[in-house]
Design a protein around this ligand. Structure first.
Ligand SMILES: [Zn+2]
Ligand SMILES: [Zn+2]
Length: 379
């Protein structure tokens, strides 16, 4: 849809979606934005996905300093670059990553930029590399969710957080690669490395879960069994390639998955909710030698209980997946290519669009299970 190649005007103010207090409506208001400093860029946002992790910042399940500008899944156009920036120039379309890799730490160096120590150890969380913020109002400074804060007309981010794409890229679709698509597809292709012909179970058919389904289809999984309690989401799952669906409000999900796999269990089970009980269920769905992958983010004080003997007896594995174990600068562009060649669904993920001022409506729709992905579009 977008072929924006003109360089936007330099703003002094930006309209942004801000969390001041937990569990209160998001405040949309104008704040001041600084120009980008050394190694930073100013992005004029085109689209921002509305992800469950944004809601987790509002509720405090994911704890962040406040006030904070929401949003971590987006795409836009470079409006201005700070000193020393060479990888992009004004007018370049870009996708944003929700982990800003430093490129030098022991994780980045061995090809795990999704685990960048500088990003996850950032103090305070939500500030840029130099520990300061670019958004202000009077005396107050504002943090940026995941050091991007895509729910703002303009965002100042590190050069390392933007991935340039070609001028003809539909940025409203590409925005989704910033979180949900890479997290879901990557969990299958990178974290678990699912082999063709494997049987897979997926618990949770939300925006990320459906991308786990897409990943399973891409690698040629045999049975793709999707578990949820919302019939609408199970219907979406079938549309995205699920071979079987299980309504866990009506039947026992573990028993049903065993029944569908000749009582053996699946080779891979993905938990995409972040609930201790469904994580345990994912583990109990495994056949011997199977791997359960935790994608969903549980509250930090939540614990799981699994019989310890089941790990050696049957060589079962339980692993976590963050950002689909992505090497963002490679994998996000590959996902875009899979979309361009018709192998990855992005259009179908977007079920409703909103203006930034409608952001609270977008979260209400999310809580009601209305959307696969709601997307905020900017002017
Ligand atoms: Zn997200
Ligand atoms: Zn790093």
């Amino acid at each position: 849809m977008h072929r924006l190649v003109s360089v936007p005007d330099k703003p002094m103010k930006t309209r942004a979606a801000i969390v001041y207090e937990l569990n209160q409506p998001v405040v949309v208001e104008d704040i001041e934005v600084d120009p980008p400093k050394q190694g930073e860029v100013l992005v004029k946002m085109v689209a921002s996905g509305v992800c469950h992790s944004d809601l987790s910042v509002i509720t405090g399940t994911i704890l962040n300093p406040r006030p904070i500008v929401l949003g971590h899944e987006g795409a836009g156009i470079i409006a201005e670059v700070g000193a020393g920036v060479t990888s992009v120039k004004p007018g370049d379309p870009v996708m944003l990553t929700f982990v800003t890799p430093c490129g030098r730490c022991s994780y980045c160096t061995v090809g795990q930029p999704n685990l960048c120590a500088t990003h996850w150890g950032a103090q305070p969380r939500g500030a840029l590399f130099d520990g300061t913020c670019r958004y202000h109002k009077a005396e107050q400074s504002f943090y940026q969710m995941a050091r991007v804060g895509t729910m703002s007309e303009y965002a100042v981010v590190s050069e390392n957080a933007v991935i340039p794409v070609s001028q003809d890229t539909p940025l409203d679709k590409a925005a989704l690669i910033g979180c949900g698509v890479t997290t879901g597809v990557g969990a299958v292709m990178r974290t678990a490395e699912v082999e063709a012909g494997s049987n897979v179970a997926i618990i949770g058919a939300g925006g990320v879960g459906l991308n786990v389904v897409q990943g399973a289809v891409l690698v040629g999984a045999a049975k793709i069994i999707v578990v949820d309690i919302v019939p609408r989401k199970l219907a979406f799952a079938r549309q995205f390639g699920a071979t079987h669906t299980v309504d866990a409000s009506k039947e026992d999900a573990v028993e049903k998955v065993r029944e569908l796999t000749d009582q053996e269990g699946v080779h891979y089970a993905f938990e995409v909710i972040g609930n201790p009980r469904t994580i345990e269920q994912a583990f109990h769905m495994l056949r011997m030698g199977g791997t359960a992958v935790i994608v969903g983010i549980a509250p930090s004080d939540a614990n799981i209980s699994i019989p310890a003997a089941l790990f050696p007896y049957g060589e079962r594995r339980l692993v976590g997946s963050m950002y689909g174990s992505a090497r963002m600068r490679v994998d996000m562009l590959r996902l875009l290519d899979l979309y361009r060649t018709g192998k990855l669904k992005l259009d179908e993920l977007i079920t409703k669009t909103y203006t930034l001022d409608q952001v609270n409506e977008a979260f209400a729709d999310m809580e009601a299970g209305m959307n696969i992905r709601g997307v905020i579009l900017y002017e």
